[in-house]
Design a protein. Structure first.
Length: 127
Protein backbone atom coordinates (compact mmCIF):
# COMPACT_ATOMS: atom_id res chain seq x y z
CA UNK A 1 0.00 0.00 0.00
CA UNK A 2 1.31 3.48 -0.83
CA UNK A 3 1.60 6.44 1.53
CA UNK A 4 -1.50 7.80 -0.15
CA UNK A 5 -3.59 5.00 1.27
CA UNK A 6 -5.71 2.62 -0.74
CA UNK A 7 -7.56 5.33 -2.66
CA UNK A 8 -4.82 7.91 -3.32
CA UNK A 9 -6.45 10.69 -1.28
CA UNK A 10 -3.18 12.44 -0.43
CA UNK A 11 -2.17 12.57 -4.08
CA UNK A 12 -5.64 13.80 -5.05
CA UNK A 13 -5.50 16.47 -2.34
CA UNK A 14 -2.03 17.71 -3.31
CA UNK A 15 -3.01 17.89 -6.98
CA UNK A 16 -6.22 19.63 -6.03
CA UNK A 17 -4.40 22.28 -4.00
CA UNK A 18 -2.08 22.98 -6.93
CA UNK A 19 -5.03 23.26 -9.31
CA UNK A 20 -6.95 25.45 -6.83
CA UNK A 21 -4.07 27.93 -6.68
CA UNK A 22 -3.94 28.06 -10.50
CA UNK A 23 -7.69 28.68 -10.58
CA UNK A 24 -7.46 31.39 -7.92
CA UNK A 25 -4.56 33.16 -9.64
CA UNK A 26 -6.52 33.08 -12.90
CA UNK A 27 -9.41 34.76 -11.06
CA UNK A 28 -7.23 37.60 -9.79
CA UNK A 29 -6.27 36.27 -6.36
CA UNK A 30 -2.71 36.66 -5.09
CA UNK A 31 -1.59 33.60 -3.12
CA UNK A 32 0.21 34.72 0.04
CA UNK A 33 0.80 31.37 1.72
CA UNK A 34 0.03 27.72 1.26
CA UNK A 35 -0.32 24.99 3.87
CA UNK A 36 -0.15 27.25 6.92
CA UNK A 37 0.04 24.86 9.86
CA UNK A 38 -1.46 25.37 13.30
CA UNK A 39 -2.01 23.00 16.19
CA UNK A 40 -5.63 22.64 15.00
CA UNK A 41 -4.78 21.76 11.43
CA UNK A 42 -3.74 23.42 8.22
CA UNK A 43 -5.08 26.28 6.14
CA UNK A 44 -4.82 25.17 2.51
CA UNK A 45 -4.15 28.68 1.23
CA UNK A 46 -4.24 32.30 2.31
CA UNK A 47 -4.76 34.79 -0.49
CA UNK A 48 -5.50 38.44 -1.16
CA UNK A 49 -8.29 39.52 -3.47
CA UNK A 50 -10.01 42.86 -3.84
CA UNK A 51 -8.53 44.29 -0.62
CA UNK A 52 -9.65 41.28 1.44
CA UNK A 53 -7.61 38.58 3.09
CA UNK A 54 -9.07 35.25 1.96
CA UNK A 55 -8.74 31.96 3.82
CA UNK A 56 -9.21 29.21 1.25
CA UNK A 57 -10.33 25.65 1.93
CA UNK A 58 -9.75 23.28 -0.99
CA UNK A 59 -12.02 20.28 -1.46
CA UNK A 60 -10.93 17.91 -4.23
CA UNK A 61 -13.14 15.00 -5.23
CA UNK A 62 -12.83 12.23 -7.77
CA UNK A 63 -16.63 12.24 -8.10
CA UNK A 64 -19.67 13.82 -6.48
CA UNK A 65 -20.92 10.43 -5.29
CA UNK A 66 -20.71 11.58 -1.66
CA UNK A 67 -21.72 15.21 -2.27
CA UNK A 68 -19.92 18.31 -3.41
CA UNK A 69 -16.76 19.67 -1.88
CA UNK A 70 -18.59 22.64 -0.42
CA UNK A 71 -21.13 20.39 1.27
CA UNK A 72 -18.28 18.72 3.16
CA UNK A 73 -17.36 21.99 4.90
CA UNK A 74 -19.87 21.66 7.70
CA UNK A 75 -20.19 23.56 10.98
CA UNK A 76 -17.34 21.72 12.76
CA UNK A 77 -14.93 22.33 9.87
CA UNK A 78 -16.03 25.96 9.68
CA UNK A 79 -15.25 26.43 13.39
CA UNK A 80 -11.84 24.83 12.87
CA UNK A 81 -11.10 27.14 9.91
CA UNK A 82 -12.11 30.21 11.92
CA UNK A 83 -9.86 29.15 14.79
CA UNK A 84 -6.91 28.64 12.41
CA UNK A 85 -7.60 31.97 10.67
CA UNK A 86 -7.51 33.77 14.04
CA UNK A 87 -4.15 32.14 14.75
CA UNK A 88 -2.87 33.27 11.33
CA UNK A 89 -4.00 36.85 11.96
CA UNK A 90 -2.32 36.87 15.35
CA UNK A 91 0.92 35.28 14.08
CA UNK A 92 1.17 37.67 11.13
CA UNK A 93 0.17 40.67 13.25
CA UNK A 94 -2.71 41.57 10.97
CA UNK A 95 -4.78 44.41 12.39
CA UNK A 96 -8.49 44.16 13.19
CA UNK A 97 -9.31 46.60 10.38
CA UNK A 98 -8.32 44.02 7.74
CA UNK A 99 -11.38 42.64 5.94
CA UNK A 100 -11.36 38.84 5.78
CA UNK A 101 -13.50 36.11 4.30
CA UNK A 102 -13.61 32.35 3.79
CA UNK A 103 -13.76 30.87 0.30
CA UNK A 104 -14.07 27.22 -0.68
CA UNK A 105 -12.62 25.85 -3.89
CA UNK A 106 -14.35 22.67 -4.93
CA UNK A 107 -12.65 20.57 -7.56
CA UNK A 108 -13.57 17.39 -9.34
CA UNK A 109 -10.93 15.25 -11.02
CA UNK A 110 -12.33 14.18 -14.38
CA UNK A 111 -11.64 10.73 -15.88
CA UNK A 112 -9.34 12.24 -18.54
CA UNK A 113 -7.17 13.74 -15.78
CA UNK A 114 -8.38 17.33 -16.13
CA UNK A 115 -10.02 19.26 -13.30
CA UNK A 116 -13.37 21.00 -13.11
CA UNK A 117 -13.37 23.72 -10.47
CA UNK A 118 -15.56 26.26 -8.77
CA UNK A 119 -14.65 29.06 -6.38
CA UNK A 120 -17.32 29.74 -3.76
CA UNK A 121 -16.68 33.26 -2.51
CA UNK A 122 -17.64 34.08 1.06
CA UNK A 123 -18.69 30.45 1.58
CA UNK A 124 -19.54 31.00 5.26
CA UNK A 125 -19.29 33.65 7.94
CA UNK A 126 -17.01 33.50 10.94
CA UNK A 127 -19.05 32.93 14.07
Amino acid sequence: MSRDGPDGRRELGAGGEEEACRLLRGSGYRILERNYRTRWGELDAVAAEGGELVFVEVRARSSEQFGTGAESVGPAKQRQLVRMAKMYLQDRRVGPEQACRFDVVELEKLPAGDWRGNVIRDAFEAQ
